[in-house]
Design a binder for this molecule. Structure first.
Ligand SMILES: [Fe+2]
Length: 226
């Protein structure tokens, strides 16, 4: 009994495993193209603000929340650990989603806007009827997202099929199903288009297809669906 009391009262016992765990924080990834290279579909001004200000803010707040989580967990502060979950989901989701989004876009000179060929092209035809049908479906569902969010083409690895899903705020696609892998996501937050398209989200959605990077989506599809 005395030994048990000694162990449970020793604060180092709970903290030790955490103390040996390194905390990894995140930094803003470079874009694989210049800010102006997606014009006229997306202006350089939007791209620069979106990347340097919005994405950076998600990373800054994600790192802050992770540091607070690490400190709270080390202290065994359960209420604070729970309280931090929404900030981690929102800001971590913002970092995850934007890191994918930059790769989902490409300048026309680098193949932006070229429809997918190969196995992803076939899978799109099989799942949606045609590439044009997929484009219309994602455009319509993206336009219908209430408030801020994303529209995704994803691979459901469990059922081996393609799906179109929307997520709210900065929820990543995986929140709609553990077996979902994002292939192509379109940011429909106002910060992604307002400076150029004002309130006309459908015009942005029409033009973003002109710089969609289907080479990247195909690479992920072939890797995840061998
Ligand atoms: Fe965004």
């Amino acid at each position: 009994m005395a030994l048990r009391t000694l162990i449970t009262k020793n604060p180092l016992r709970a903290a030790a495993p955490l103390a040996s765990r390194g905390l990894q924080t995140f930094s803003l990834p470079d874009l694989p193209y210049d800010y102006g290279e997606l014009e006229p579909a997306i202006s350089a001004e939007i791209m620069q603000l979106h990347h340097q200000k919005h994405h950076q803010a998600y990373i800054t707040n994600y790192n802050k929340a992770l540091e607070q989580l690490d400190a709270a967990a080390a202290k065994g502060d359960a209420p604070t650990v729970v309280k931090l979950q929404s900030a981690i989901k929102f800001n971590g989701g913002g970092h995850v989603n934007h890191s994918i989004f930059w790769k989902n876009l490409a300048p026309v000179r680098a193949g932006g806007g070229e429809p997918p060929h190969g196995s992803l092209g076939w899978a799109i035809d099989n799942n949606f009827g045609s590439f044009e049908a997929l484009r219309q479906k994602m455009t319509a569902e993206g336009a219908a997202v209430q408030g801020s969010g994303w529209v995704w083409l994803g691979l459901d690895k469990e059922f081996k099929r393609l799906v179109v899903e929307t997520t709210s705020n900065q929820d990543p696609l995986v929140t709609k199903g553990a077996s979902l892998v994002p292939l192509l996501g379109i940011d429909v937050w106002e910060h992604a288009y307002y400076l150029q398209y004002k309130n006309v989200r459908p015009d942005y959605l029409k033009n973003v297809w002109k710089v969609a990077n289907w080479k990247y989506a195909s690479e992920i599809f072939e890797k995840e669906n061998p």
